[in-house]
Write a protein that binds this ligand. Structure first.
Ligand code: NAP
Ligand code: GDD
Length: 330
C-alpha cells in the first residue's frame, strides 16, 4: 500500500529536497504550508502538482489536529521552524513557540489521532553551542548559545520524552549545517555564493560579513534528507548525528567560493559588526559514526564540490534572470 508522509516546512530548503526524495520512493506526499498574502512556493514549483498542500501552522493546535486526522500519515517529518539564528534574538518567544512548542503540538496531534505514525524531529547541531567535546556525538551534552538553540533543545527532549512516555516511534536527527542552491539567502553560505555571483556579473562590488573565524561542519542538503528517511525505516526509534565529519571556517568557505569564480576574495569582503552575534558558536564538527554503522548513511558531496555547485548555480540563475529582464525591456 502507498505510504503517506506529512512534511511540515515543505516550502523550506530541506522540505523541498525531502518531498522530491519521497516522491521518488513512491510516497503520497502531504506538505503543510502557512497562509501568506503572497505564495512562496519557488522551492517546490517543480513538484507542486505531485504533492498535496494543506494549510496549517505550528503555532495552531487545531490545524495540526485536523491535518493529522484527515491525512492519517504513516510518517511525519517536522521540518518547520523559525530557523535563522540571529532572528531568534529579536523574536525569542516566537522562536520558542514555533521551533520549540511547535514540536509538542505536533506530537500531541499524533498521540491523540495517529499514535502509530513514525515521527522525525529536525534537531540541530546548534544545540551543542559552546561545545563540550570535539567531535560532537549523540552523547555530547548540550550548551545552546541562542534562543533558537534553546528552543531546539526543548523540541529534542520532548521528542525523546514522547518516545519514552507513550512508546511512540519518535526520532531526532541532530543535523549539522547543510546547504544547497536552495538555501535561504540570509544564511552565510548562500549569502556568499549569491554575492560572488553578483560580483562576477558586475551587479555588486562587495559582500559584508561578520565573524569569519567561526567553523562549521557543512554538507549537502540533498544527501542529508536521505538520513531523515532512513531513521524512520529502522526497527527501533533512535537519535542520530548527521554530519560530514569535517570542519571549515567561514573564511575558508569565502576563499573557496571566490576562487571557484576566478576572483580574489580580499578585494571584495568587508567586515561589518552588524553581522556579529551576541553569543557565537565557534566550532562545530560532528561524528557521523553511528549513522554510518546503523543507517548505512554517508554523505556523497564534499565541501569543495558543494561550494562550486552553489556558486555555479547562482551565476547561472542570475545570468538567466538578466537575459529574461533584457528581453522584457526590449
Ligand atoms: P528553512 O529553509 O528556514 O525552512 C523552514 C520552513 O518552516 C519553511 O517551510 C517555513 O515556511 C516553515 N515554517 C516557519 N514557521 C512556521 C510555522 N509557524 N508553521 C508552519 N511552518 C512554518 O529551514 P531548513 O534549512 O529547510 O531546515 C529545516 C529544519 O531543519 C528546520 O527545523 C531547521 O531548524 C532544522 N535544521 C536545519 C539545518 C540546516 O543546516 N539547514 C541544520 C539543522 C537543523 P515559510 O516558507 O512559510 O516561511
Ligand atoms: N548568516 C550569517 N551572515 N552568518 C555569518 C555572517 C553573515 O553575514 N558572517 C559570518 N557568519 C557566521 C555566523 O556568525 C555563524 O558562525 C556562521 O557564519 C554560520 O551562520 P549561518 O549560515 O547563519 O548558520 P548557523 O550555523 O547559525 O545556523 C544554521 O545551521 C544550524 C545547524 O548548526 C541554520 O540552518 C540553523 O537552522 C541550523 O540549526
Amino acid at each position: 500500500m502507498t505510504k503517506k508522509a506529512l512534511i511540515t516546512g515543505i516550502t523550506g530548503q530541506d522540505g523541498s529536497y525531502l518531498s522530491g526524495f519521497l516522491l521518488e520512493k513512491g510516497y503520497e506526499v502531504y506538505g503543510m504550508v502557512r497562509r501568506s498574502s503572497v505564495e512562496r512556493f519557488e522551492r517546490i514549483e517543480h513538484i507542486k502538482d505531485r504533492v498535496h498542500l494543506v494549510q496549517g501552522d505550528l503555532t495552531d493546535q487545531s490545524s495540526l489536529d485536523e491535518a493529522v486526522k484527515e491525512i492519517q500519515p504513516d510518517e511525519v517529518y517536522n521540518l518547520a521552524a523559525q530557523s535563522f539564528v540571529p532572528t531568534s534574538w529579536n523574536q525569542p518567544t516566537l522562536t520558542g513557540e514555533i521551533t520549540g512548542l511547535g514540536a509538542t503540538r505536533l506530537l500531541e496531534a499524533l498521540r491523540k489521532l495517529k499514535p502509530d505514525a513514525r515521527f522525525y524531529q529536525a534537531s540541530s547541531s546548534e544545540m551543542f553551542g559552546k561545545v563540550r567535546e570535539v567531535p560532537q556525538t549523540e552523547l555530547t551534552p548540550f550548551h545552546p548559545r541562542s534562543p533558537y538553540g534553546v528552543a531546539k533543545v526543548y523540541a529534542h527532549f520532548i521528542t525523546v520524552n514522547y518516545r519514552e512516555s507513550y512508546d511512540m516511534f519518535a526520532c531526532s536527527g541532530i543535523l549539522f549545517n547543510h546547504e544547497s542552491p536552495r538555501r535561504g539567502l540570509e544564511f552565510v553560505t548562500r549569502k556568499i555564493t549569491h554575492g560572488v555571483a553578483r560580483i562576477k556579473l558586475g551587479l555588486a562590488n562587495e559582500i559584508r560579513l561578520g565573524n569569519l573565524d567561526a567553523k562549521r561542519d557543512w554538507g549537502y542538503a540533498g544527501d542529508y534528507v536521505e538520513a531523515m528517511w532512513l531513521m524512520l525505516q529502522q526497527d527501533r526509534p533512535d537519535d542520530y548525528v548527521i554530519a560530514s565529519g569535517e570542519t571549515h571556517s567561514v573564511r575558508e568557505f569565502v576563499e573557496a567560493a571566490f576562487s571557484s569564480a576566478g576572483l580574489d576574495w580580499e578585494r571584495f569582503v568587508v567586515l561589518d559588526p552588524k553581522f556579529v552575534r551576541p553569543a557565537e558558536v565557534d566550532l562545530l564538527i560532528g561524528d557521523p559514526k553511528k549513522a554510518r554503522e546503523k543507517l548505512g548513511w554517508s554523505p556523497k558531496v564534499g565541501f569543495r564540490d558543494l561550494v562550486k555547485m552553489m556558486v555555479e548555480e547562482d551565476i547561472e540563475t542570475l545570468k538567466n534572470s538578466i537575459s529574461l529582464n533584457s528581453i522584457v525591456n526590449t
